[in-house]
Design a protein around this ligand. Structure first.
Ligand code: GLU
Length: 491
């Protein structure tokens, strides 16, 4: 197999899980690194559980993350005929057989095996039925599943997993597994292999939860006479207590959509997810797309499960703190012009966007982003913690209301006077505002920090933030004067 072809084959039965997204990302990185192709294949064979909403969500999630694919989406249901044909071919060539055992019979054998402390395994009752016996049972209308006939061989089937090393299983340990249900519907193990053969998949990167399927699938590849792809099974993502992360126990934070809704930059999430289960072999944590494609190798996928470190009880971190820190890193490091596009969406959503930010106030807008982002962690912060930059109706930070910031006894009388001084300045800029504030503090026997910190709270609603002198100029004379006069509201 010379062409490098990978696939992401989600079952569309729910939202795009961050674990699923990580699988997509690893496949994508490998395809991009090796000039290969990524195929998106929707495994919608479980018609009862597959939904259009889920398909749309998966596609939207991948698009948002910037994970692009080269072929598809293909839909597994469109190839149902091929799956049935493959099962028939396996029967015709002696690699599979019809099994008429009823559920009751199988249950009874199972119970007996358990009671005798024997391995529970299909006993092969229908393995050697003659064509006449099969015809007879069919004529009697007894429903049948199709089972794969595991070769009756000594030794082991196995493969060299790129992450886990050699994985083997004795043929004798593998039960003749069902590949077609009694309703005629082929099962995952078969459909997935038939599709991977048709799509000429060369590398399969998927979760370790599929590790045990792989040996059985290799038997299918062999029986169908197809080359066996390279397999790499990646670690599952667990919470700090070692439990699999799921929506039921962890809530929305396991869905990609959650990060979109909560102010993540798509690339920051990709960067974070890649590190959940892969390491570059050095201490780098921040990667551009090009750097990541360059650095990514299957061999550096971790063997042991990765920990999604969600400190549920700490309200400061609504998800893994590392994810938030990586997001904050990108917010601060990315070109302001790019950030502006993301922030615009937030402000539009919050109803505080002004078209002037793209025209006559563009420079001002970029300056606000540049100064304010230093303390922000998500895009949401621009519309919440940063609301005062864009609107007059912002909330006052609780901490600001304490006596060291706003409720300093003199401030109620003094700040309106400072406001008048500011009103009289011409020009009103960083230097003149700073001078006025310093003179004012000195005349009144205050440390300059006292009026300045109070001003910060009144003007931005926050106790911390960029240099206030810069902010005076940035917010402008009119806003500064009117917000300082508001001090009386807080007494
Ligand atoms: N549809 C399967 C899943 O979502 C695909 C598994 C595979 O990669 O083979 O788990």
């Amino acid at each position: 197999m010379s062409e490098v072809r990978l696939r992401f084959p989600p079952s569309p039965t729910g939202y795009l899980h961050i674990g699923g997204a990580r699988t997509a990302i690893y496949n994508w990185l490998y395809a991009r690194k090796h000039g290969g192709k990524l195929i998106l294949r929707i495994e919608d064979t479980d018609v009862e559980r597959s939904t259009q909403g889920s398909i749309d969500g998966i596609i939207e999630g991948l698009e948002w993350l910037g994970i692009d694919w080269d072929e598809g989406p293909y839909f597994q249901t469109e190839f149902a005929g091929e799956h049935v044909a493959a099962a028939n071919r396996l029967i015709a060539e002696g690699h599979a057989y019809k099994c008429f055992c009823t559920k009751e019979e199988l249950d009874a054998k199972r119970e007996a095996a358990l009671a005798a402390k024997q391995e529970v395994k299909y006993d092969g009752a229908c393995r050697n039925l003659t064509p006449e016996q099969v015809a007879e049972k069919e004529a009697a209308g007894i429903p049948a599943v199709v089972r794969f006939k595991v070769p009756d061989r000594q030794g082991k089937v196995g493969y060299n997993d790129k992450v886990l090393g050699r994985i083997e299983q004795a043929y004798s340990e593998i039960s003749d597994f069902v590949i077609v249900r009694s309703n005629g519907k082929p099962l995952y193990l078969l459909c997935n292999v038939v599709d991977d053969i048709r799509d000429r998949i060369s590398h399969i990167i998927r979760g370790q939860d599929h590790k045990d399927n792989t040996n059985r699938q290799i038997l299918l590849y062999e029986a169908l006479g197809a080359p066996i792809p390279v397999f790499a099974h990646m670690p599952l993502t667990m919470d700090i207590k070692g439990a699999k992360i799921s929506k039921r126990s962890h809530g929305e934070i396991v869905a990609v959509q959650f990060y979109k809704k909560n102010g993540f930059l798509p690339w920051a999430l990709v960067n974070f997810l890649v590190l959940l289960g892969w390491n570059p072999g050095d201490d780098r944590e921040i990667f551009s797309k090009e750097e990541l494609i360059e650095a990514f190798t299957l061999e550096r996928i971790n063997k042991s499960s990765s920990i999604f470190n969600h400190k549920k009880d700490d309200p400061k971190f609504f998800t893994d703190p590392k994810a938030i820190n990586i997001n904050a890193h990108y917010l601060r490091a990315m070109p302001v012009a790019e950030l502006a596009v993301f922030v615009k969406k937030e402000l539009v959503e919050a109803g505080i966007w002004d078209d002037a930010y793209e025209h006559e106030k563009k420079e001002w807008f970029c300056k606000v982003l540049e100064l304010s982002r230093e303390r922000f962690h998500t895009l949401k912060d621009f519309a919440t913690l940063g609301r005062a930059y864009f609107a007059d109706d912002f909330a006052m930070d609780e901490q600001a209301l304490n006596k060291n910031v706003l409720k300093h006894p003199e401030l109620k009388e003094l700040l309106p006077i400072l406001a008048d001084r500011f009103a009289a300045l011409d020009p009103f800029d960083q230097q003149s505002a700073e001078q006025a504030a310093r003179d004012f503090a000195e005349e009144n026997g205050l440390k300059v920090g006292i009026p300045v910190n109070a001003s910060r709270a009144l003007i931005t609603g926050q106790v911390k933030g960029p240099s206030m002198f810069e902010l005076f100029e940035l917010m402008g004379q009119e806003v500064v004067v009117s917000r300082l006069k508001n001090v009386t509201k807080y007494f």
